[in-house]
Design a protein around this ligand. Structure first.
Ligand SMILES: CC(=O)N[C@H]1[C@@H](OP(=O)(O)OP(=O)(O)OC[C@H]2O[C@@H](n3ccc(=O)[nH]c3=O)[C@H](O)[C@@H]2O)O[C@H](CO)[C@@H](O)[C@@H]1O
Ligand SMILES: C=C(OP(=O)(O)O)C(=O)O
Length: 430
């Protein structure tokens, strides 16, 4: 099993190209199920989750082709992926595939809308909470579907004549349930209104792509989304938006180590609250026409008080990384997690570096220490893993991060991107 070896202490200086967003690419790829014509996606990141989703979509009959690189493209340019679901050959998404990735459950929306039925295993994904699917089921039932849970599968059926538009009000913001409703309602008869919809940039990216395919979606990016169903969707081409979580991760890394990074292709508007927090911690954030520049020179890290929230608040997917930063702040930080009930698995691992973190309910109190010390640590989930990399970059001596397969789900060529900016980091294979 691969591991990552880091020798900490170097500043990060240079340029890091930001990849296409995993959490946008996945729903965009799933949207290909809605049309018999080809969906072409540019800037698709090379990630384990993308490879797995290609397998899942292939199982339903989607033909996937990944275009090779042009001679003028650099090694970090995203792939162009063409997905053609001319015919759906199987409406079942089996346990052995779906259990490995939360987002694969989302095929339930397009399969049900296009084929009138779907049998989808209940999902897996990062072990950060119970992560139920009740909002998906309520939402799809609001479009006329009947859904039973049997043997670990959701068995969904549309009424004769297909899904019908309806009004759905989510009790809590859910990114996945909003994605699924956008896709399902695009092919339903009549109007659907989603209230308390997720406002994440990845929702807007999916809605933009669906509109290019002929859908009629208005209000994506606000809490109320209106969708006029259409009978069919057609071919389209769309570029995946830059990964705001990868952006925030490298921004936190340079705030931790000191130095000066240009995050190429990054957009500040995708990460408002997170950049504000980094500025409070002592980093300088500047937008340029090439991306976002983040630097910390001289002064140390100031403590922060942060609560995770749905967009535009501070994202839960950066909570572990921020906690790594807080371990070296000059004082006491408070980090409260409100999205997932079990997303503090990194705390025990950060303690191996000598971090001082106390948990009380949903709040972690982090008292900064002068120096972290490198250690062997174990990645427990995707973002927790990268928090250990950040700690390792700033720690004295050697760190070995085990269970790197978590990282490979969501960070494209992490060690290559960091090592060319001065970090001593390498992958140990086997
Ligand atoms: C692939 C992808 O895009 N994953 C992201 C997505 O996950 P995901 O879409 O799974 O997260 P949700 O936004 O749905 O979850 C938010 C909260 O709602 C709860 N909930 C959700 C659905 C439901 O039917 N019932 C229910 O109770 C969840 O348990 C959680 O407490 O958004 C999360 C919140 O920004 C991010 O951390 C994940 O990285
Ligand atoms: C939690 C994440 O992924 P998933 O929803 O696929 O588990 C994540 O991207 O941080």
């Amino acid at each position: 099993m691969d591991r990552i070896r880091i020798v900490g202490g170097a500043k990060l200086d240079g340029r890091i190209p930001i990849s296409g967003a995993k959490n946008a690419a996945l729903p965009l790829m799933i949207a290909s199920l809605l049309s018999p014509e080809t969906l072409t996606l540019d800037n698709v990141p090379r990630l384990a989750d993308v490879v797995l989703l290609n397998r899942i979509l292939g199982n339903h009959g989607v033909e996937v082709s990944v275009a090779g690189k042009r001679a003028d493209q650099d090694e970090f340019t995203g792939d162009t992926v063409r997905l053609t679901a001319a015919e759906i050959v199987d409406t079942t998404a089996p346990y052995d595939l779906v259990s490995r990735m939360r987002a694969s459950f989302w095929v339930i929306g397009p399969l049900l809308a296009r084929m009138g039925e779907a049998k989808v295993s209940l999902p897996g994904g990062c072990a950060i909470g119970t992560r139920p699917v009740d909002f998906f089921l309520t939402g799809l039932k609001g479009l006329g579907a009947t859904i039973d849970i049997e043997g670990g599968y959701a068995l969904a059926k549309a009424p004769a004549g297909g899904l019908v538009g309806g009004r759905v009000s989510f009790p809590k913001v859910s990114v996945g349930a909003t994605h699924v409703m956008l896709m399902a309602a695009s092919l339903a008869r009549g109007e659907t209104v989603i209230e308390n919809a997720a406002r994440e940039p990845e929702i807007v990216d999916l809605a933009d792509c669906l509109n290019k395919m002929g859908a009629k979606i208005e209000g994506a990016g606000t809490s109320t989304v209106h969708i006029q169903g259409v009978p069919a969707l057609h071919a389209a081409r769309h570029s995946v938006l830059p990964d705001r979580i990868e952006t925030g991760t490298y921004a936190i890394a340079v705030a931790m180590t000191g130095g000066d990074l240009l995050l190429e292709g990054a957009r500040r508007d995708l990460l408002g609250a997170a950049f504000d927090v980094l500025e409070q911690a002592g980093a300088t954030v500047t937008e340029t026409n090439e991306g976002v520049r983040v630097a910390r020179n001289g002064a140390g890290i100031s403590p922060v008080t942060v609560t995770t929230e749905p967009f535009p608040g501070f994202p839960t997917d950066l909570q572990a990384q921020l906690m790594a930063l807080a371990t070296k702040a000059k004082g006491e930080s408070q980090i409260t997690e409100t999205i997932f009930e079990n997303r503090f698995m990194h705390v025990a691992e950060l303690a191996r570096f000598g971090a001082d973190i106390q948990i009380d309910g949903h709040t972690a109190t982090v008292t900064g220490v002068d120096q972290l010390k490198g250690a062997p640590v174990m990645a427990t989930d995707l973002r927790a893993s990268v928090s250990l990399v950040i700690a390792g970059l700033a720690a004295e001596g050697e760190t070995i991060v085990n269970r790197v397969y978590h990282l490979d789900r969501g960070f494209e060529r992490l060690e290559a991107k960091l090592s060319r900016c001065g970090a001593t980091i390498e992958r140990l294979t086997g």
